[in-house]
Design a protein. Structure first.
Length: 494
């Protein structure tokens, strides 16, 4: 029924050991460029507003145009990788993203920038949706796969905090245009290396999985859903008429998509993929954990800026310890933890550390000290994410057939994107509502702001705690954890 594994992805036998790792670093470079773009732009928004004359409400479209295209197309892009070949989709996405980045940098009007950002989101979805699927086929051996996924998870989760620092440096040292121009050499080099280092895969072919109605339904559902979250829900409230109507449209489109996939001869998303407890559970955990983490990085940045008075560069430096800790654990130790204990226990432990960090953040006062009230929180978040996310990525792909690897990769990206957008909208709305209410009741502005942030930090902790419950109850334990070799432990001690 299906093409062989060798026709679907780069075969490990065809890729030498060193070549495979170079290919991994190339894939991660593409992912880093995509992840950096979100937070780099957030830091530069004030400069963009001043230069192009955006209003406060219209400025949101610089971010929203990207998120709607990116979140709406991830699932379709992942399946296209299975059908057309993942390398082709990856390289094509890099080309679109890079050209759109230059277009953004050259923009001299609001309309041009927003349109270019939408196209950039299309390229970002095509690039990132297939990466995880390519990694698991490049590294089929469990130990190497765990290490490779650790590198990928670090780039995917820590890239945002690196973007805060890069955005501050580029915006302050040169101007906002360079946050986009910097993608030109990176994107071009990554595309060239991908063609050179990653063997071309044939894919299933469009004739084996073309489902135009399904593609239209799921893309429309995701785009309308993301738009509803980032626009009317965040600005007008969750019970506003426009929010409710668009939410209903999203549900109708999703219902139509499910009905279509259940009856289509060649479905875009075969529903059998959700029979895997680990895949289903991993996507639920991904949605919940990113809801808490992404919202907190955004609101934590606002706490540092509005309450403690940090500038853009200082905020980037403040989050640097999270990146360092996350990178050390993801790249150096996550593979050993997964091989010794299986992925489930590190996942639960990491998520629990994140919950503790979020609870601790609810105690940060108005006159907070970075080393006392912020650094311990960021360290706990870094430890937790560095342990949990590599294990989660591995579990999400553990039971997936080779012909569905691109789809599963796009699915985990979609749940992360929707979870992040939903978490940010909910937490930011609740925080702003509480702060406004307290200030109206006579509380000092900074105290009201801080109390609003505390509420969001607490809710984020509850959301991630729900992910812990799912990890404990739904995820299937590893059948036989592999003990770490004594020589590995000796090397670590040295």
């Amino acid at each position: 029924m299906y093409a062989t594994t060798e026709t679907l992805a780069t075969t490990p036998a065809a890729q030498g050991g060193r070549s495979r790792w170079l290919a991994l670093y190339t894939l991660c470079a593409g992912m880093l460029m995509i992840v950096l773009d979100v937070t780099v732009v957030n830091v530069a928004l004030p400069a963009i507003q001043d230069d192009l004359g955006f209003t406060s409400s219209s400025l949101a479209w610089v971010v929203n145009a990207y998120l709607i295209a990116f979140g709406g197309l991830l699932l379709l892009a992942g399946r296209l990788g299975d059908l057309l070949g993942r390398r082709s989709v990856f390289v094509g996405g890099l080309i679109v993203f890079t050209i759109a980045s230059v277009w953004c940098g050259l923009a001299q009007s609001q309309e041009t920038l927003v349109i270019a950002r939408f196209v950039q989101g299309v390229g970002g979805a095509l690039t990132s949706a297939v990466i995880l699927g390519m990694i698991v086929t490049l590294f089929p051996e469990p130990r190497e796969q765990a290490k490779a996924i650790g590198v990928y998870a670090f780039v995917a989760s820590a890239g945002g905090s690196i973007g805060l620092l890069a955005g501050g440096v580029l915006t302050q040292a040169i101007n906002w245009h360079w946050i986009f121009f910097i993608n030109l050499p990176i994107g071009a080099l990554t595309a060239v290396l991908a063609v050179k280092l990653i063997e071309k895969d044939k894919g299933l072919g469009l004739g084996r999985g073309t489902d135009v109605p399904g593609a239209v339904l799921i893309t429309a559902a995701l785009m309308v859903g993301v738009f509803t979250i980032v626009k009317p829900a965040a600005e007008e409230g969750w019970t506003a008429p426009r929010t409710l109507v668009l939410g209903l449209v999203t549900l109708v489109l999703l219902a139509g998509f499910i009905a279509r996939e259940a009856t289509a001869a060649n479905p875009l998303v075969p529903l059998r993929i959700f029979r895997s407890r680990n895949l289903t559970g991993a996507n639920l955990i991904q949605a919940l954990s990113t809801s808490g983490m992404f919202g907190i990085f955004f609101l934590g940045s606002l706490y540092l800026q509005r309450v403690l008075g940090y500038d853009a560069l200082e905020i980037g430096l403040a989050f640097l310890p999270t990146t360092v800790v996350m990178g050390l654990l993801s790249v150096r130790y996550s593979e050993k933890l997964v091989m010794r204990f299986g992925p489930r226990r590190p996942l639960i432990a990491g998520l629990t550390l994140i919950v503790v960090g979020l609870v601790l953040f609810t105690q940060a006062p108005v006159g907070g000290n970075y080393f006392v009230h912020v650094l311990p929180v960021l360290a706990l978040l870094g430890f937790g994410a560095g342990i949990a996310f590599p294990a989660l990525m591995g579990l999400s792909m553990a039971d997936v057939k080779p012909e569905d690897a691109g789809l599963a990769s796009g699915l985990i990206g979609t749940t992360a994107e929707v979870g992040a957008a939903l978490g940010l909208a909910v937490l930011a709305t609740l925080s702003a509502t509480r702060s406004a209410g307290l200030e109206a009741a006579g509380k000092a502005p900074l105290e009201a702001l801080t109390s609003g942030y505390h509420l969001s930090f607490g809710i984020a902790a509850v959301i991630v705690a729900a992910a812990v419950v799912i990890a404990c109850t739904l995820m299937r334990p590893a059948k036989q954890p592999v003990e770490v070799a004594e020589e590995d432990l000796a090397l670590d001690a040295a």
